[in-house]
Design a protein around this ligand. Sequence first.
Ligand code: PLP
Length: 407
Amino acid sequence: MALDIDFVRAQFPAFDEPSLQGQAFFENAGGSYTCRQVIDRLTRYYTQRKVQPYAAYDASRLAGEEMDEARARMAALLGVETDELSFGPSTTQNTYVLAQAVRKWMKPGEAIVVTDQDHEANSGPWRRLAEEGIEIREWRIDPETGRLDPAKLENLLDEKVRLVCFPHCSNVVAEINPVTEITAIAHAAGAFVCVDGVSYAPHGFPDVGALGPDIYLFSSYKTYGPHQGCMVIRRALGEMLPNQAHYFNADVLYKRFTPAGPDHAQVAACAGMADYVDVLCDHHGGPGEGAAARGAFVHDLMRDHEVTLLQPLLDAVKDRNAVRLLGPDRAEHRAPTVALSLGRPAAPVAAELKQNGIMADGGDFYAVRPLAGMGIDPTQGVLRVSFTHYTSKQELDQLIEALDRVL
Ligand SMILES: Cc1ncc(COP(=O)(O)O)c(C=O)c1O
């Protein structure tokens, strides 16, 4: 069953927005368009329920119920327990708070493994723990391919390592890392695992329970939702790490690592992402039951569409003179986030793309370490064109023609 692209696009008001006509959107790795289901819930919240939630009066009760619904439905989709999912302001802030908990939990002389493939959000907060005497071990990418080799991780592990942090896929290399295999290696050595899923989740919500990590993070403003950071913390680790919230909230797992007061409307609107998955599942004749199974069906629909569109783009750029494609040139191994190093500043080239009806950008995308690790000058940056399942074949053709003109 192929993705019904017209049906998909009808769920996104941006595609009918007059001011956006004629421009194809290729900065989806920065933030996606928002689906109608999320916008409708946000509007309903702000117009009907914009009161302090969880009191007895109707508007408040409904506000609280919708926030709970968002957590329950998204957790089910991700294959975890309801209280193992928390919503915070962003993934960067969520990792920062987690690192404060880990700072107290680990002892000087113990070690954390970080990569140089990560966005800074899943790197810097952990590296700062060196200030407490925690040893930071770097799992380095191959300087040519940008690849993280699981065999190299094994050499970094011993009984001192408590935590291994790595991305599901990088926001510039885009190769999909084998999370289950890496998690098994870390667990076998007695370490917990923290996965940054921000660049992966927009291409289909994963069954985090089946994948296996102890922490899995993503940002809902890139998964068709409102601007939130979604954080799965499995119970065993969540109960072990010291509480970072008000002391009287210590018993509530989903509150322990989100000390900020929640953005009620946005948390509630996160249920719209589950609505969207349901709408796609039903429209395409997916399974009638089991949130994670329905999510897996929609995940595969999205991925198949993306992989089909991605290969011609990779073929068009991979052998070009003076262009270095980062990450694999086979679509099935990567996300459709295509970063190109041009040997010159990338931002002016993105500006030229704008003249050709393409919305994209150039820069370091906070992936300064991965770029440096591949010998690319982060101040020149990379041109990044990224798409998702709602992108059409016509838009891809428009992009390939535009790249032909500007590269
Ligand atoms: C791979 C990756 N991780 C983490 C982040 C940080 O997410 P947030 O903006 O929610 O802090 C980003 C943001 O672009 C990202 O691309």
